[in-house]
Write a protein that binds this ligand. Structure first.
Ligand SMILES: NC(=O)c1ccc[n+]([C@@H]2O[C@H](COP(=O)([O-])OP(=O)(O)OC[C@H]3O[C@@H](n4cnc5c(N)ncnc54)[C@H](OP(=O)(O)O)[C@@H]3O)[C@@H](O)[C@H]2O)c1
Length: 350
């Protein structure tokens, strides 16, 4: 098949560069346009700072950055968006109204009742909201959001546990890498030799988004999953990879061994369909007493898997464990790319 032409908004940022990296050699998608702010428009991509390894892909080096407005992207069908939230709020609806298929990492549309907030391994059935959205808003295109990076990995692990045992309460403490704040992000003098116990707006996202994604599609709406989450979010001086210490209360009691088996054997639609970016397994369970670790485990499944370890009894709730996932790969760009692959396969993108 001919490759589908895609544009990336926010292509110079931490998430935008991951998009470029993941899409440069994609079997179904071809990068046709790169967008950024008016500070960058007209500048060649190679003249902006590239912060990833390996080097910037050759195919995009000479592309000229465009201002992120729909009229500048008419050669694209899919838009992968990694713009700041205020920009996303303004332009993403305009792109969808103009017929583009928008996959966003920003938060403004995530909790809208007619916008699917999707992790392909968790709630691929929520894609059905696209038709509700198009009918309600009169958009020929659509917006599909992926979750906050910390919520993505938490929800990926909660899903099999919720299906098997039912969740009653979740308590989570995160240790989030500096790339989660974008580029250049947190000043060195704030984060070196330090832990910052506050990330603006992060805890409400972590307490809300998993309940939407684990909710049930009921006709034209989502019934949120019925359990409570309490979150503490911390910024720590690692580069990539968010770690989370989680305790859960279950409706049906389970041993650590039963929970490990449920997580280890979890497979979902992306693996069945063999989607190009799908990790298999999507959850990696480690048995060693000191794993997962950020440096050793963040690239599991090419950065697309979530790694879980230290599954044990919790003396206050029922079980506790540690999880780790890459924030700019599966937690952002990779999650969007996988959502787009699924929707191509399901016929939402003609
Ligand atoms: N970092 C993560 O781990 C992560 C994870 C999940 C979701 N997100 C979300 O993804 C989005 C991007 O985050 P990021 O970390 O990649 O941020 P970032 O590194 O600060 O990059 C921001 C990008 O947006 C562009 N931009 C800034 N102002 C603009 C404007 N007025 N009009 C058009 N483009 C503009 C920038 O272009 P210039 O170079 O021209 O300024 C840059 O390409 C945010 O909504 C964030 O919340 C981030």
């Amino acid at each position: 098949m001919d490759k589908i032409k895609v544009g990336i908004l926010g292509a110079t940022g931490a998430v935008g560069q991951r998009f470029v990296q993941m899409l440069a050699d994609h079997p179904w998608f071809e990068i046709a346009a790169l967008g950024a702010s008016d500070r960058s428009a007209g500048v060649k991509y190679k003249d902006r700072r590239w912060v990833l390894q390996p080097d910037m892909p050759a195919a995009v080096r000479d592309m000229e950055l465009r201002l992120g407005e729909p009229e500048n992207f008419t050669d694209c069908r899919i838009i992968f968006s990694a713009t700041p939230n205020d920009v996303a709020k303004r332009v993403e609806g305009e792109f969808a109204a103009a017929g583009f298929y928008v996959f966003t990492n920003a938060s403004p549309y995530r909790m809208e009742p007619d916008v699917p907030l999707m992790i392909t391994d968790v709630n691929p059935d929520h894609a059905a909201l696209i038709r509700v959205q198009q009918a309600r808003r009169g958009w020929p295109g659509f917006i599909v959001a992926n979750a906050n990076c910390t919520a993505t990995h938490l929800t990926s692990v909660l899903k099999p546990l919720h299906d098997a045992f039912g969740l009653e309460k979740v308590f989570v403490v995160s240790m989030q890498a500096v790339s989660g704040a974008g580029y250049p992000g947190v000043p060195t003098l704030d984060i070196a030799d330090n832990v910052i116990p506050f990330i603006n707006n992060e805890e409400p996202k972590l307490e809300e988004e998993p309940r939407k994604m684990l909710g049930r599609l009921a006709g034209d709406r989502i019934e949120y999953a019925d359990f409570a989450i309490s979150a503490h979010c911390n910024r720590v001086p690692t580069l990539d990879g968010h770690m989370e210490c989680v305790s859960v209360a279950l409706r049906r009691k389970a041993t650590p061994e039963e929970a490990a088996e449920v997580l280890r054997s979890y497979r979902s639609l992306p693996q069945e369909l063999g989607l190009p970016s799908a990790p298999d397994p999507c959850i990696v369970v480690r048995d060693e007493p000191d794993r997962p670790q950020v440096r050793l485990d963040r690239m599991a499944g090419n950065g697309m898997a979530t790694v879980v370890g230290r599954i044990r009894r919790d003396p206050i709730l029922d079980l506790k464990f540690v999880l780790l996932g890459h924030n700019t790969v599966r937690g952002a760009a990779g999650g969007s790319v996988l959502n787009a692959e699924l929707l191509v396969k399901q016929g939402y993108i003609a």
